[in-house]
Ligand binder design. Structure first.
Ligand SMILES: [Zn+2]
Length: 168
């Protein structure tokens, strides 16, 4: 079961989502919902979270998960690789819930200026593949599965792993 959340004022970020009570690390906090669309079919004005190379979860903005802001020092992430946000540390009652948008998006050219205020702030939020190798490695345990698979494909050097038997 998801944890109780409340919508509130997040200052310069506009609205945000906050923990209604303390949340323990590892708890399911929110599921990213919406209609599955291909990149070319995202309706105008919709919020869209990328979940595959050409797959997005699109929402008209009325879901609570649409209001969860980005932070470069997130307290929730995609621990299982599914589009479900889990607490990655203990979260206090009243604390803002934030995930790292670079753990879902990989659309070339996408960029968001960030003023999250964290000492880890990257100042520009970028597609996962454009992050530094250090950031990619750090974020890998909380990225969506399609991004993990892309990294494994790129970095797999062992000829004995993930290769199909030769057809002879
Ligand atoms: Zn930031």
């Amino acid at each position: 079961m998801s944890e109780p959340l409340i919508v509130g004022d997040a200052g310069s970020k506009g609205r945000g989502v906050f923990a209604a009570q303390a949340i323990s690390a590892g708890s399911l906090v929110a599921k990213i919902g919406g209609r599955l669309c291909h990149t070319a079919d995202i309706p105008d004005g919709y919020d869209a979270v990328q979940v595959g190379d050409d797959d997005w979860l699109c929402s008209d903005g009325t879901r609570i998960d649409d209001l969860i802001n980005h932070s470069c020092d997130a307290n929730v992430g995609f621990l299982t690789g599914e589009p479900e946000l889990y607490a990655i540390r203990n979260i206090a009652a009243g604390e803002e819930i934030c995930w790292d948008y670079s753990t879902s998006i990989n659309e070339t050219g996408w960029r968001m200026e960030c003023e999250c205020g964290s000492h880890k702030c990257r100042s520009a939020v970028l597609p996962f593949s454009e992050l530094s190798p250090v950031d990619q490695e750090r974020l890998l345990p909380i990225t969506l599965r399609y991004l993990r698979d892309s990294v494994i494909t790129l970095t797999s050097k062992s000829p004995t792993s993930r290769t199909k038997p030769a057809a002879c």
